[in-house]
Design a protein around this ligand. Structure first.
Ligand code: FAD
Ligand code: THG
Length: 808
């Protein structure tokens, strides 16, 4: 296909980087429009202090940052002064160890320094105030305006044009596609592709085309000190960029002065309807007047950390505006209902070139070269698109931007947006709820506490956890996991995303869209994958054929509906999200059949109702669909019913379970059991970055069936260099939580994806991405906070390898 003509709205760091990346790929018919003058447009980039700390819990964001650094260094638009994050509390010092782990997992050079070493790098620091620091020599200062201008120049040389003072007021469409934009001056610019790179204006532009772009423009304080004698004669920045997260502060040099950024003030969301009048007296619309009172704590905390400030005062400041999002990630993707309209927003300077590269690949090649699911425009559940949710969570994101956030720390508000019909029963059983996909999901049940004593008395170990991994955790989950393997347990599977795909074309459609053969007799269930054009795993699904033309698809979240919808043929197939209108209980364990059979209208013996089969029947008087599928790897069924029957279904199963001492069990047990059984979780263990064979799900790719999306790429793929492997820890007390670096012979070779405590083995187990040549029995080590644990690569699955438990 010929390259599309592209209009980019916004000549900030994102728009200019994108113009460079597009033109570098031969897509040269690019016009960049900005409402402001070029290139000091008045957007966030115009005054960005440009600190780039690359290390992030997200591998993708870290990769975006690393690319940005490499590129800007090459453009001469980066001062590689290094980064230093200091700890003034023991909690932060421990957390910097966790950060060191991310740096090693994602390949960012980093070291921990003691207080003296920190002051050698940063002489203004008071060594007595700090416990140590995290030093990253390749971090530094992006000269954002230089980078924008240089990239714009390069793009212009390849044919792009940049036009200032052109405010886009309308997006033009014809026959359901974008065809261009109109500006305030009445000019029209034709384009096949329009990319909104409008920064914090992005939500307003999205609204023009019926698109929710969930970002909130938020003011953030930035000030400059007066001249500091200690920095006299300074022209170029020499000290690293500095973060003092315990007080929500960061610092950079400006000659003999320091710039101070502050996140410790109240969230200040910006009212876009009054923005232009509110900023009329300021040099730019992205600069609000400084509010001195908000800055008072910043100044005193700064003077404590950097005593040299004591005799000085801040001389100028402003409340600068940039975007916050509900989960802190950027927003990237194409409008599903208006093809050709793309967004790249809520992007820091730090990630700008990396985001632009992925966007250009996506637009030109059809698939981004980096896994972008965390940033995908369509990752949000429906309630999360409400203005109320977006404002509340983005404001909270501002408050927490430098906080130490536990990986299982779920937001406090808004909650209870989606509850299953079993919610009141779960509350009565003392459920501790985690939030996921806006659902309330029991993590464990306090009602099961007595089982801990009972099992402990019988010799089952319940290892103590350290204070970090012991948060959002209860040893009850070990009892619940054990009980599932030895007796039977009920799991609320309602939050499992599910769709009905129906119509005369449904079978052919799913055959084409997924890797396994789903064209089986009604009643068959198939585990299958969706791949992108490059063979990367978009999702893993269960597809149950309920009738010739009706399939129930068990999926992983909103991105699956997006992917399926984008690939739907014009006619003959309908897809419907049935998650909220239905509910599901997983009944699993050796006594599952004893429990369910007496209630069930159908014969559910192994002969009559085999593994990976589905039937329609009744449990008591409740109409149900039963699937013999078990993510925990035990005998049993997922039992689906219409939501209004949910409470009855729960009560029936619970009473029938009494003779078998059936329990309700939670997510932590669920996760540990699926780890034992070798089942991957999409989004954590495997993503579009991985192909099936390396992720250990090659068995779900049918060699016999015809063509499907991604097949050509799989056939042409080189042998993988890495593999997802199970590791088992040696020390029964070892606990890791995910993303920790894994080493072989002392060198970091991979990272943990997900982890849990195997109640069966009495040890923690985990998945890790490791070099493909590593073999079962090889020893590795995993660094967790201040500890190093040894582990061994295990044969998979570690439980029930011959399927005798699940197929009985
Ligand atoms: P912008 O630079 O805002 O560009 C968007 C452009 O779109 C603007 O030029 C605007 O005029 C134009 N536009 C909008 N609507 C229209 C329209 N309808 N028609 C035409 N043009 C339009 N990031 C870091 O990585 N490190 C930092 O240290 C850092 N510190 C910061 C400190 C402060 C005080 C602030 C405010 C932000 C900071 N940021 C930092 C964030 C960073 O500045 C922004 O995330 C980044 O600049 C956003 O770039 P952008 O290109 O998306 O947006
Ligand atoms: N239940 C249902 N749908 C789902 C999940 C689920 N869809 C999303 C996600 N979870 C998919 N993940 C898996 C992973 C493994 C299995 C099922 C869903 C599984 N695998 C068998 C195995 O590997 O032994 C498949 C065997 C086979 O192919 O026959 O059971 O939890 N409804």
């Amino acid at each position: 296909m010929a390259h599309p003509s592209v209009v980019i709205i916004g000549a900030g760091i994102v728009g200019t980087s994108l113009a460079d990346e597009l033109t570098a790929r031969g897509c040269t018919d690019v016009t960049v429009l900005d409402r402001g003058p070029l290139f000091t447009t008045g957007g966030s980039t115009s005054h960005a202090p440009g600190l780039v700390f690359q290390t992030n819990p997200s591998k993708t964001m870290t990769e975006f940052a690393r690319y940005t650094v490499e590129k800007f260094v090459g453009l001469g638009a980066f001062d590689q002064v290094g980064g230093l994050e200091v700890a003034t509390t023991p909690q932060r010092w421990t957390d910097l160890h966790r950060k060191l782990g991310w740096a090693r997992s994602w390949g960012i050079p980093a070291r921990l320094l003691d207080a003296q070493e920190c002051t050698q790098l940063y002489p203004l620091l008071d060594a007595d105030r700090i416990l140590g620091g995290f030093h990253t020599p390749t971090d530094g200062l992006a000269r954002a305006l230089v980078a924008a201008t240089t990239q714009a120049q390069r793009a212009s040389e390849r044919g792009a044009s940049f036009v200032g003072h052109q405010e886009v007021v309308d997006v033009l469409e014809r026959r359901g596609r974008v065809v261009g934009v109109r500006t305030a001056s009445g000019d029209e610019f034709d384009a096949d592709v329009v990319v909104s790179a409008a920064g914090f204006w992005g939500a307003q532009l999205g609204a023009k085309v019926g698109l929710t772009v969930p970002l909130v423009p938020m003011a953030h304080q930035f000030a400059k000190t007066g001249q500091l004698p200690e920095l006299r004669g300074n022209t170029e920045p020499g000290m690293p960029i500095l973060r003092h997260q315990d007080q929500d502060l960061y610092y950079r040099e400006y000659g003999d002065r320091l710039g101070i950024g502050f996140y410790g003030h109240r969230p200040m969301p910006v009212d876009m309807t009054t923005l232009l009048s509110d900023t009329a007296g300021e040099p730019m619309p992205s600069m609000l007047p400084f509010t001195d009172d908000d800055f008072l704590p910043a100044w005193s905390a700064s003077a404590e950390l950097l005593p040299a400030l004591g005799d000085s005062k801040y001389e100028e400041g402003f409340n600068g505006i940039f975007s916050f999002t509900p989960d802190g990630f950027s927003i990237m993707g194409e409008h599903r209902d208006l093809p050709g309209f793309w967004v790249a927003e809520a992007v820091w300077v730090t990630h700008s070139a990396g985001v632009a590269k992925a966007m250009a690949e996506w637009i030109v090649d059809g698939t981004p070269g980096t896994d972008v699911h965390e940033c995908d425009l369509y990752r949000f559940e429906e309630p999360a698109k409400s203005p109320e949710f977006i404002l509340a969570t983005s404001s909270q994101g501002f408050v927490e931007v430098y906080d130490i956030i536990h990986p299982h720390q779920y937001r406090a508000e808004p909650r209870e947006l989606r509850v299953s019909p079993f919610y009141s029963r779960q509350q009565q059983l003392g459920a501790f709820f985690f939030e996921g996909g806006c659902w309330e999901r029991p993590a464990w049940y306090q009602a099961n506490a007595p089982l801990v004593d009972e099992l402990a008395a019988a010799g089952v170990p319940f290892p103590e956890r350290d204070s970090w991994s012991g948060q959002f955790y209860s040893p009850i989950s070990i009892a619940e996991a054990r009980w599932t393997r030895e007796h039977v347990a009920l799991y609320d599977m309602t939050p499992l995303t599910r769709y009905e795909v129906s119509g005369p074309g449904a079978c052919a459609f799913l055959q084409q869209l997924t890797t396994n053969n789903v064209d089986k007799r009604p009643g068959a269930v198939t585990y299958t994958l969706m791949l992108d054009e490059t063979g990367g795993i978009r999702s893993d699904l269960t597809v149950a054929r309920l009738s010739d033309d009706t399939f129930q698809v068990g999926a992983n979240g909103p991105l699956d509906l997006d992917w399926i919808t984008r690939h739907l043929p014009q006619t003959g197939v309908a897809v419907r999200d049935i998650t909220g209108g239905t509910c599901c209980i997983g009944v699993w364990g050796p006594r599952a059949r004893d429990l369910v059979a007496p209630l069930c209208a159908a014969d559910i013996s192994h002969q009559a109702f085999g593994y990976f089969k589905a039937i329609r029947t009744f449990v008591g008087s409740v109409p149900v669909t039963m699937m013999r599928v078990s993510y925990v790897g035990e005998l049993g069924w997922e039992i689906y019913a219409s939501a209004e029957h949910g409470a009855k279904l729960w009560d029936l199963l619970f009473s029938a379970g009494a003779p078998y001492r059936a329990i309700a069990a939670g997510r932590i047990a669920f996760n540990s059991l699926r780890l034992e059984k070798g089942y991957r979780a999409w989004g954590t263990d495997m993503t579009a970055e991985h192909r099936p064979a390396e992720a250990g799900v090659g068995f779900a790719v049918s060699a016999k069936k015809g063509d499907f999306l991604g097949k050509a790429a799989l056939d042409a793929a080189a042998p993988p260099a890495k593999a997802l492997r199970s590791i088992v820890f040696d020390d029964p007390g070892a606990v890791v939580l995910g993303k920790e670096p894994v080493s072989r012979n002392g060198a970091t070779v991979g990272y943990v994806t997900s982890a849990g405590y195997s109640a069966t083995l009495g040890r923690s187990i985990a998945y890790a991405w490791l070099p493909a040549d590593i073999t079962v029995g090889d020893a590795v080590t995993v660094d967790y906070l201040t500890s190093t644990y040894s582990a061994v690569v295990a044969a998979e699955p570690v439980v029930d390898p011959d399927m005798s438990l699940i197929r009985r």
